[in-house]
Design a protein around this ligand. Structure first.
Ligand code: NAP
Length: 253
């Protein structure tokens, strides 16, 4: 039996567990099992590795996408550059960290892009924001980071005016603001300057249409939530867990 799972804390409701259990059933994958591993402290991952010798792969969620790195033997090049991981491949020799959030975001945004989408405003400076910035750079889109804290990014929310909204026709919410149960909240930006040239992309997927996306839709913008990104990052993790080494060297992760 090959074992896969998710580490994070707390793990009250897990998209990944449902996704993989359904995938195994739908695709008649009989020798695999997906488990949840809520770790109160990241050091507990040592014991997890020790006890579960059949473990082949892990997904990693909040709050361990950065702190787990020191417990791994290696990182792939892109994960190294991003500085955060959400996927671990385990074999007899080593435990290697990957970032599939970035490719999930990139591939879900791509179909929406038009020629004028050359500058993006990225709200929030956490692990997800790092993956998003890397993906945007790969797509040739320049990024301006926005933080609540002065000095932590190029802009704070108070700096955002009409000119900045006009110049940045992609706006991405990489903060948890607006996520269930706080569904009446949204990032503090001047939505009245948004128009039909804009894409508003929310990494949050619960609710499906956040207040951020509702404001964008009202202004005529193209809107997109984080569900496809979530599904793609899970599929890409599955590909990595099942890749043999020479394929891995040739892959785009
Ligand atoms: N769809 C997907 O596949 C996917 C993948 C990854 C993450 N996500 C979602 O993306 C969001 C961010 O994830 P993350 O791991 O980067 O989370 P995080 O590290 O907890 O937060 C990201 C950043 O959001 C900002 N922030 C936090 N609380 C805020 C508040 N109350 N008001 C305004 N800004 C706030 C902070 O930046 P500043 O301190 O600089 O303001 C923080 O660094 C989460 O909702 C997560 O569920 C979705």
């Amino acid at each position: 039996m090959k074992l896969f799972g998710l580490i994070g804390f707390p793990l009250s409701h897990s998209f990944s567990e449902k996704f993989f259990s359904e995938k195994f059933e739908r695709e008649d994958i009989e020798d695999c099992k997906y488990e949840l591993y809520p770790l109160e402290n990241i050091e507990d991952i040592r014991l997890l590795f020790e006890v579960n010798k059949d473990l082949k792969g892990l997904n990693v969620t909040i709050p361990y996408k950065e702190s787990v790195i020191e417990y791994l033997d290696d990182l792939d090049d892109i994960a190294q550059k991003i500085g955060a991981i959400n996927c671990i491949k385990i074999d007899e020799i080593q435990r290697v960290g990957y970032n599939t959030d970035y490719a999930g975001f990139r591939d879900s945004l791509k179909p929406l892009l038009k020629k004028h989408h050359t500058q993006a405003l990225v709200l929030g400076t956490g692990g997800a924001s790092k993956a998003v910035v890397y993906a945007l750079q790969e797509l040739g889109i320049s990024t301006t980071l926005v933080s609540r804290k002065t000095g932590a990014a190029q802009l704070t929310y108070a700096d955002i005016n009409k000119e900045i909204i006009d110049n940045h026709t992609i706006i991405i919410n990489c903060s948890p603001v607006g996520m269930y149960p706080d569904i009446n909240q949204c990032p503090d930006i001047p939505y009245q300057f948004i128009n039909s040239a804009h894409i508003l992309y929310d990494l949050v997927y619960n609710p499906g249409k956040t207040m951020f996306l509702q404001h964008g839709e009202k202004q005529g913008a193209t809107i997109k939530n984080g569900l496809e990104m979530l599904e793609l990052q899970a599929e890409y993790a599955w590909e990595i867990w099942n890749q043999v080494e020479d394929e891995e060297a040739a892959s785009g992760y």
